[in-house]
Design a protein around this ligand. Structure first.
Ligand code: SF4
Ligand code: SF4
Length: 409
């Protein structure tokens, strides 16, 4: 993904994005702001500054896209940062560093290996990502707690029929990596609600990864290879349903990932069929939920749902359908929690500051539980809440909604 100079020129240096940027808010440094990074990208692209000199500032970006939402000038920051990251990997990272990062991404995005690694690490007593791993990835310390995966990897059926009456459409469910390995209950809830809403749900085997971590870390070729597998796996289905915000955001941008290639129109057509589970269900004729949930629930806006896909209302609407559930808003909800893919592993200091803000906002809200639409955020915020002594439960919005219906017959 090459940086298009015209995208850089759209920035009119107004600074309206600064307060939306968690790294600028944390540091007060222009070079850690969207405007500063755009300036640095331009300087590197024009050969005035080496990519190695701007690398720390590109690396420190969370890729949260808060700036893209705030920008009145339509600067496509997602495209810019992905392009800049690809340049950094090419020009400012040693072959060994590239190899380590690729190995980490390859293992984290394979649910079988991710589960195995986590069980192995926890089995020998690690409760955090080991410091040597953080050091190999270029981070000064290790801040990420290792979650306990389920004993076995959940194996879905190939097809789940619509619950009642006529089928409204045939949809495919993306299993993903962390969501599948660590939160299979989110998939089970998704299938339950989709079938209740009249969809026939297909779970194609051998779908693989969506490529989000690859494209966000500067490896678009790897992401394209993975996307091609998805094109085949989900062929012929009306919608591709995604319940992890980061995956859905990347899959909706496949058109850009393949821009200028012979597969551009295929990629574009695929992206147009991608739906976040909440946006599909918000418009679907679900029956009235039966069981109340008399709790105060705060909804966490995952960046790649809010800023990446522009989805704000759909998850809130679904939560409001649950009888007696009180939905509360979080202060600074549009600010990243610092999870950001593997950002918390690579940039622990800034990630921890962002987490502390989120944890404090949750405490202030007085919520009994949190709804989070992205597995990375769920893990990171759960860690923050645990460490702050406020370990309230965290669930995907569809899990909470599915609990409001009787179990499947
Ligand atoms: S993507 Fe997020 S962290 Fe990066 S410049 Fe934009 S607002 Fe700041
Ligand atoms: S808001 Fe947009 S135009 Fe203004 S400084 Fe930020 S990126 Fe540039």
């Amino acid at each position: 993904m090459a940086i298009d100079k015209r995208d850089l020129q759209k920035c009119i240096h107004c600074g309206l994005c600064l307060q939306a940027c968690p790294t600028y808010v944390a540091t007060g440094e222009e070079a850690e702001s969207p405007r500063g990074r755009i300036y640095l990208m331009r300087s590197a692209l024009e050969g005035r500054t080496p990519w190695s000199a701007i690398r720390p500032h590109i690396d420190a970006c969370m890729g949260c896209l808060g700036c893209q939402t705030a920008c009145p000038s339509g600067v496509p920051y997602a495209r810019l940062i992905e392009g800049a990251r690809a340049e950094v990997e090419r020009h400012a990272r040693s072959p060994f560093q590239r190899w380590v990062r690729q190995q980490a991404i390859a293992h984290f995005t394979n649910p079988v290996q991710l589960r195995r690694l986590l069980r192995l690490a926890r089995g020998v007593g690690f409760r955090r990502a080991p410091r040597w791993l953080a050091r190999m990835l270029g981070a000064p310390e290790s801040a990420v707690a290792l979650p306990e995966p389920p004993r076995t990897l959940w194996r879905p059926q190939a097809c789940y029929p619509a619950a009642h009456g006529e089928t409204r459409g045939r949809v495919g469910l993306l299993l993903g990596c962390a969501q599948w390995a660590l939160f299979p209950e989110v998939h089970r809830a998704s299938i339950r609600l989709l079938t209740l809403a009249g969809f026939e749900v297909h779970v194609p085997p051998n779908q693989g990864c969506c490529g989000a971590l690859w494209v966000h870390n500067g490896y678009p070729d790897h992401a394209r290879r993975l996307a091609r597998r998805l094109f085949q796996a989900f062929e012929g289905l009306d919608f591709i349903v995604v319940n992890a915000a980061g995956c859905g955001s990347t899959m909706k941008e496949y058109g850009e990932l393949f821009a200028g290639t012979a597969e551009a129109s295929q990629a574009q057509a695929f992206s147009q069929r991608v739906r976040d589970i909440t946006e599909l269900l918000a418009e679907a004729p679900l029956p009235e939920p039966q069981f109340p949930a008399p709790f105060r629930v705060a909804y966490h806006d995952a960046c790649h749902l809010l800023h990446g896909q522009g989805i704000r209302d759909a998850p809130r609407q679904l939560l409001k359908r649950i009888p007696q559930l009180e939905l509360v808003e979080l202060e600074g909800s549009e600010m990243c929690c610092g999870s950001a893919g593997i950002y918390n592993l690579l940039q622990p200091a800034l990630a921890k500051q962002a987490l502390a803000r989120k944890v404090e906002a949750i405490r202030k809200s007085g919520a009994d539980a949190l709804a989070s639409p992205n597995p990375g955020c769920t893990l990171w915020i759960a860690q923050g809440l645990r460490e702050a002594g406020n370990p309230i439960p965290i669930h995907h919005p569809v899990e909470l909604l599915a609990k409001a219906y009787p179990d499947s017959p």
